[in-house]
Design a protein around this ligand. Sequence first.
Ligand SMILES: Cc1ncc(COP(=O)(O)O)c(C=O)c1O
Length: 448
Amino acid sequence: MCPFDPIAEYKAKTKKSAEWFQIAQRHLPGGVTGNVKFYPPYPVYLKRAKGSHVWDLDDNEYIDYMLCFGPLILGHGHPKVMDAVRKQLDRDGTPIFGAPHELEARMAERLKQIFPFADAVRFTNSGLEATLHALRVARGAKKKARFAKFEGAYHGCYDEALVSLAPGLEIAGPEASPVTVAGSYGTSESAIRNVQVLPFNDIENTERILRAHKDELAAVIMEPVQRGFVVPDIEFLKAVRETTSELGIILIFDEVMSGFRMEKLGGACTSYGVDPDMICLGKIIGGGFPCGAFLGKREIMDMVNPVTRGKDERVFHGGTFNGHPTVLTAGMATLDVLAEPKTYPYLNKISDKLRDGLNDLFSRSGFAAEAVGPCSTFNIVFTKDTISDYRDAARCDSKTRQKFDFGLLARGFHFHPDKPFYTCTEHSEKDVDHTLKTAEEVLRKMKS
Ligand SMILES: Cc1ncc(COP(=O)(O)O)c(C=O)c1O
């Protein structure tokens, strides 16, 4: 019998993607427009999508669990989103006015209803911009340059946010006092100096470090659910909230990923009942178009207010495409569907069915593996240990995960190898049954 070689199967099935990869590399470094989109030997190049399914250049059909790394919570081309966008373009006669328009304040009001701790909103064009501007506002408000972030957290791809994103464990320092490590070649010294790194899910050491640096820190920025799947201990979240309040440090929740992907409308702050001072959103609020937003308490958000603050005492916030009408239209239509009473119960049901089904398969097949994550996002980790921070995740068996991933990719399931799975309201029971049946076959082959 031939040994199981899922990468060879993948290559045999995706010949046109392999060819296009060669062409794309002539023009784009690595054949992609962002490194996250690359995976070896080459990524699948897609050409069409509908609902929970996508098609590649070879006309292979896949059930999509990548969903653009999260935004497409209603699947591809949801009719209500598509209709709303077409109508907006026809009605307004332009994709964008460039001047203020009504939808900006309406969408801001909508987001404030969902995140009631927030008094004001500003839009951006990406999650990256949301965290960048939120941090600048916090620094302006506190008149301090440094901020703290947790090891392993992603807040966008600028120097300071990338610090200690995925440090090699051999250079990351002690678990209790992580060392500040540049996240990219070319990172400036000042970016490293400006960031204090904290250990996720570790109350005692997080508090100790915050107290030691309290006079320098403007803000703590954190993903309450790290990388979409490392869930926080609720006591840890509460402790971060209490300590930052006591020390006068602004707490920013980066919910670009976890926003609207918990079990109900809202974010991790809603589900865990812990309010930050500011929240960053992205992904889902653009309904498949580029979008971000930062929200916060009045006194903090007023730092950018040109009515109440003079030029020399306010924080700069700009962006040609901020609050883009088409983007906000798609986002509003998405929120409308998410707010329907049946949406989250269905999304939870289908997500649980997939996650629990995979976990059942792992235990029946004797693999030390788990599908971990709170709701409609989860990751698959090959380990017998509990995942409570970046280091636990980094120690997982990535070779076995790679076999599992390519076994599924070669059999018609689209997701990014080694990254989380995302579910959407268009995933059907049939999709999930088919996924589980195929995952069982792949696991059997991995054993043989
Ligand atoms: C938690 C978090 N913050 C920020 C970002 C950056 O968002 P964007 O890719 O829209 O710039 C991401 C992207 O994955 C994210 O997951």
